[in-house]
Design a protein around this ligand. Structure first.
Ligand SMILES: [Fe+2]
Ligand SMILES: [Fe+2]
Length: 410
């Protein structure tokens, strides 16, 4: 048998408890703990494990959870190398976090040991690999320098999700049965976290695809508006990031932008697709689409963090001078997200095929002309202080300096 560097390993094992005394095998009632030293050591291990379990519950990002597990485990187990491997989508075990106290040194793993853990669905400990019958022919294990190890499966029910491996190169009996119990407990919490985060990710993808489908339905009503909402969402997010927005505010804006024109499904095709100037009643109906957007989105169940999506969406035709619609709100009443959405919406309408046919002041159709970026920016600058917020237009101009946007809107 042999071992090899990370991801190409092997070896053998099972539960091996040599050099372990009764005191080491379990956490005893306080009165039975023989010395203050053992009491303090046990307390410290349990304290750190408790804090780690609490922290795992508060985390949302899997890699940061795995790194935290190794960092905090090192506080109570002086291991030389630790690694956490998770099963990926292809069913292969891949390293997701590792620690090695000797920088640059390769981490050795026992594939045979890991296979045993997978097969038996149980954690194993070997307190001295060199005197363990199952390892004594493994020459390369000797060369790897590993002496003690703990391997704990990460299990959800009987489903194998991954494994936590802790190894000591220097010390015989570096780990105890109590340590195995603690690592198994951490592995159980890790399994719950992984399951929750996978479920959360699936729900997020499902929610996202539903929103995108909804968004595409209104754009699909006219060939000229294809992709409008996606582009407005993308540009809104870029402007928002330029202005320092992040987290749920950014997500709220992205969904609000994707759905801002959804109210147009409540506008008759006769008006929506009209190739000519609107009369007063037609204009009135057309201008009702932000209100319809809000009414539609308020029936949608958004997660609590995204509850402002309907309100933001409904403000995309407001102007900071109060002459916009439907409410005629002014600068201080408009949230930054609405000001961003307004700029991104107009910029896309100007630089893409028109979102609906436009006409000049004489009523002459401008068909589907697009404008250059510089023409569009000139219009936005002209509207700064009346229709648009100066900071937002400034942020847009910074975004336009990036090659990505320049390439999209030549
Ligand atoms: Fe609109
Ligand atoms: Fe729009």
């Amino acid at each position: 048998m042999k071992s090899s560097p990370m991801n190409t390993n092997d070896a053998a094992s099972m539960t091996q408890t040599q050099h372990i005394t009764q005191v080491d095998t379990k956490f005893l009632p306080e009165k039975e703990i023989p010395t203050d030293g053992v009491l303090r050591e046990d307390y410290e291990k349990l304290r750190i494990t408790y804090e780690l379990q609490r922290d795992i519950g508060a985390e949302i990002e899997i890699d940061s959870v795995l790194n935290r597990i190794l960092d905090r485990t090192f506080e109570f187990l002086k291991f030389d190398q630790g690694i956490i491997l998770l099963v990926n989508k292809k069913g292969k075990l891949k390293a997701r976090a590792h620690r090695n106290i000797t920088k640059g040194k390769k981490i050795f793993l026992s594939t045979t040991l890991i296979k045993h853990v997978i097969h038996k669905r149980e954690g194993v400990i070997s307190s001295d690999i060199l005197t363990d019958d199952r390892f004594n022919t493994a020459e390369s294990i000797i060369f790897s320098g590993i002496r003690s190890t703990i391997v704990a499966p990460i299990l959800q029910g009987n489903e194998f999700l991954g494994v936590i491996v802790i190894e000591s190169s220097k010390k015989v009996g570096a780990f105890t049965e109590k340590d195995l119990l603690l690592i198994m407990n951490i592995a159980r919490h890790t399994a719950q976290f992984i399951k929750n985060s996978l479920l959360h990710e699936e729900l997020r993808i499902s929610f996202d695809s539903a929103i995108r489908t909804l968004s595409a339905t209104v754009d699909a009503k006219h060939t000229l508006t294809a992709g409008h909402s996606e582009r407005v969402a993308e540009l809104s997010v870029r402007i928002a990031k330029e202005l320092g927005l992040n987290g749920y505010r950014l997500e709220t804006l992205r969904y609000a932008a994707l759905l801002h024109d959804i109210g147009k499904i409540g506008i008759s095709d006769e008006i929506l697709l009209k190739n000519g100037p609107f009369n007063d009643s037609e204009r009135e109906e057309m201008n009702s689409h932000p209100t319809k957007t809000k009414a539609i989105l308020e029936k949608f169940h958004f997660p609590k963090m995204l509850r402002n999506v309907p309100a933001i969406s409904a403000l995309h035709h407001e102007r900071i001078d109060g002459t916009g619609y439907p409410k005629g709100l002014t600068d201080s009443d408009l949230p930054l997200e609405a000001k961003i959405l307004s700029v991104a919406d107009v910029f896309d309408a100007l630089t893409s095929l028109r979102d609906y046919p436009k006409h000049d002041e004489t009523g002459k159709s401008l068909e589907c002309d697009t404008m250059s970026v510089s023409q569009a920016v000139a219009i936005l600058e002209k509207g700064t202080g009346s229709q648009f917020d100066a900071t937002v237009v400034g942020a847009l101009k910074k975004c336009l300096a990036s090659p990505e946007i320049q390439g999209q809107n030549k």
